[in-house]
Ligand binder design. Structure first.
Ligand SMILES: NC(=O)c1ccc[n+]([C@@H]2O[C@H](COP(=O)([O-])OP(=O)(O)OC[C@H]3O[C@@H](n4cnc5c(N)ncnc54)[C@H](OP(=O)(O)O)[C@@H]3O)[C@@H](O)[C@H]2O)c1
Length: 348
């Protein structure tokens, strides 16, 4: 008998959770229970499944609930967290609603699995842009103590959810003919996304910053357990289907050379460094979001362009790429569940 798992939300992240459970042979009853806003048959991870309308019954007997529904007051985890807790289940949430609550661990297993305690059965998974950045920066922080981070993101349309790539696909053929007066849905992206870059992800909050930018500030401090790190982010939506890129600059207390940083990152869990000399082409190798289509890279954080920052005595610059749907959400959640198993907090 496997664990009873309920997945709430079957959009891009929910479907990827089902795929990750299957690919990684997570010891659960198969198929997992899947729930969303309404009942219907769906093909998930290549299998026909019946999606149920989420109700209190969806959590009956569940050992583990993986939330991948929408956020906010009417969202999945705000509505159903207490019900899942009353049923005695462990819950792991993809949304922003509880990430900064003092009693909720915010976990990236490669970085801070120690934050999981038996005291709380509700765990949050960070924002996608935060996850890949902290995977890459945690080894540098441990070795040389990061004092300041500047980051500019290049975020894929899938980060918005199912409707994001649909907007890009719908606009692209028309934009090839003319980029003027392109039709777009401002509820998805604030401007046309085809052949464009939009420096606006989520709402404007805290003065001139967006909520996506402030998530990177607050969540990074919580995960790295260092409220003193200075962080400034500019988050940008780009016409990429899937996979976020980030240009990151850090200043450290202790100087690290680019070679030292490369060595540290090569040994770190969940990271593949792609940053080799390529003299034939008079350049170095580097990762791009399309590299995530290669099976060996789909579940890791790729790091390249590692170099000493010429504008700072103790500064480094790097380029970080990862799959926002998998490591940025679904895979991270399943890895947290695997950590619960390893620690004996969840027993198959
Ligand atoms: N996309 C990313 O890169 C990413 C990365 C990190 C975290 N996240 C977070 O992961 C969550 C899911 O994102 P997504 O990209 O998969 O979104 P999505 O493609 O828009 O899918 C959302 C899913 O949630 C379901 N849902 C919405 N409200 C619900 C409710 N009250 N109760 C039950 N189900 C509900 C929807 O049901 P129907 O299918 O019935 O409409 C749909 O299946 C969000 O919290 C998002 O912020 C996303």
């Amino acid at each position: 008998m496997g664990l009873k798992v309920t997945v709430v939300g079957v959009g891009l992240v929910g479907e990827a959770i089902v795929s990750c459970l299957k690919e990684r042979k997570f010891p659960c009853e198969w198929p997992p229970r899947v729930a969303a806003t309404r009942e219907r048959p769906e093909t998930l991870a290549g299998e026909k499944m019946l999606v149920e309308e989420t109700s209190a019954g969806s959590f009956n007997g569940a050992d583990l609930v993986l939330f991948a529904g929408q956020e906010g007051a009417k969202g999945a985890s705000v509505t159903w967290r207490e019900t899942a807790e009353r049923c005695g289940a462990w819950s792991i949430d993809n949304g922003r609603d509880f990430r900064l609550a003092a009693d909720v661990p915010l976990v990236v297993p490669e970085v801070n699995s120690g934050a999981i305690t038996p005291k709380t059965r509700f765990i949050a998974s960070p924002n996608c842009s935060t996850i890949q950045m902290v995977v890459a920066l945690a080894p540098i922080h441990r070795a040389a103590k990061i004092k300041r981070i500047i980051v500019a993101t290049y975020q894929a349309t899938s980060g918005w959810g199912m409707r994001g790539p649909q907007e890009l696909r719908a606009q692209t053929p028309k934009a090839l003919v003319s980029q003027e007066n392109l039709e777009f849905d401002p509820k998805v992206f604030a401007r046309p996304i085809a052949f464009n870059c939009i420096p606006h992800i989520d709402q404007f909050v805290d003065g001139d910053y967006t909520r996506e930018e402030m998530k990177m500030v607050h969540e990074t401090r919580k995960i790295l357990d260092d409220s003193k790190i200075k962080i400034s982010a500019t988050t940008v939506r780009v016409p990429v289907l899937n996979g976020h890129g980030e240009a990151v600059w850090v200043e450290t207390a202790k100087k690290l050379s680019a070679d030292e940083a490369r060595e540290l990152l090569r040994k770190a869990p969940g990271i593949v460094v792609i940053d080799e000399p390529d003299p034939a082409n008079n350049r170095r190798t580097y990762p791009t979001p399309l590299d995530l289509l290669k099976p060996e890279y789909k579940d890791v954080t790729l790091v390249g362009r590692i170099r000493e920052d010429i504008s700072s005595a103790k500064g480094l610059a790097l380029w970080v790429v990862s799959d926002n749907i998998r490591k940025g959400a679904a895979l991270n959640v399943v890895q947290i569940a695997e950590e619960l198993l390893r620690r004996g907090l969840l027993k198959a």
